[in-house]
Design a protein. Structure first.
Length: 191
C-alpha cells in the first residue's frame, strides 16, 4: 500500500520494507530515533513489548541494525508504517538460527504508536510481515503475546494464527503476572 504524493503528505499510511526504508535519504537516517520514540512511549504506557521499562536509544538502534542486517540476507523482514512522513508503527520477524529450525520464523515485534491506534496499522504491519514470510519460504511463523493483550491476540487470530500453548503466570512485570500465549501460523497447511 505505498501511497505517494508530490507534497509528501498523503494522510494515508505508507508501508516500507527494510530496503526501501534504509535507502530513503530522509527516513533512513532518522529511523532508529523515530522507532525508539514509538517503542519507549508504548513501553512507558505499559505496552507488552518485552521491556519492563523503556529501552535506551542505543538498545533500539542496535536491535534494528541486527534486524536490517538479517533482512539483507533473507533471514528477517522489517516493516515500517509512516503517515505524513512520521513513523507510526514498525514490526519484524526473524528466521530461527538453528539449522533444524531454518524454515521457521518468529514474529518478534509489532508496535503501533498510541496516536495511530484504531487505524488498522497493526493489521497492515502484521499482514505485510506474514506476506514477507511466505515469499521468503517460511513454513511456520510463531509469536508470543502477553495474555492480557486481547487486542493483539484477536488480531493474530483474525489473520489465521492459532494458539498452540500457554504458560500461566510466566510473564512478570513487577508483582503482576501474566500468561504467555504462544501462537503459530502454519503455511504448510495451505499446500
Amino acid at each position: 500500500m505505498n501511497t505517494a504524493s508530490t507534497s509528501g503528505r498523503t494522510h494515508e499510511p505508507v508501508i516500507l520494507d527494510a530496503m526501501e526504508l534504509t535507502s530513503d535519504p530522509e527516513r533512513g537516517p532518522r529511523f532508529a530515533a523515530s522507532a525508539h520514540r514509538v517503542v519507549a512511549d508504548l513501553v512507558r504506557d505499559g505496552a507488552a513489548l518485552g521491556w519492563v521499562g523503556p529501552p535506551s536509544p542505543e538498545e533500539v538502534a542496535d536491535l534494528l541494525d541486527q534486524v536490517v542486517a538479517a533482512a539483507r540476507v533473507g533471514d528477517a523482514a522489517l516493516r515500517a508504517v509512516y503517515i505524513d512522513r512520521g513513523l507510526v508503527g514498525l514490526g519484524y520477524w526473524t528466521r530461527y538460527a538453528r539449522p533444524t529450525h531454518r524454515p521457521h520464523a518468529d514474529l518478534e515485534k509489532v508496535a503501533v504508536a498510541a496516536a495511530a491506534h484504531g487505524r488498522g496499522i497493526g493489521r497492515m504491519l502484521t499482514a505485510a510481515l506474514v506476506a514477507d514470510a511466505r515469499r521468503a519460504g517460511i513454513e511456520v511463523v510463531t509469536l508470543d503475546a502477553r495474555g492480557d493483550n486481547s487486542a493483539a491476540l484477536h488480531l493474530y487470530r483474525s489473520l489465521g494464527f492459532t494458539e498452540y500453548g500457554r504458560l500461566p503466570g510466566f510473564v512478570a512485570v513487577g508483582e503482576r503476572r501474566y500468561d504467555k500465549v504462544l501462537c503459530m501460523l502454519d503455511f504448510r497447511q495451505e499446500a
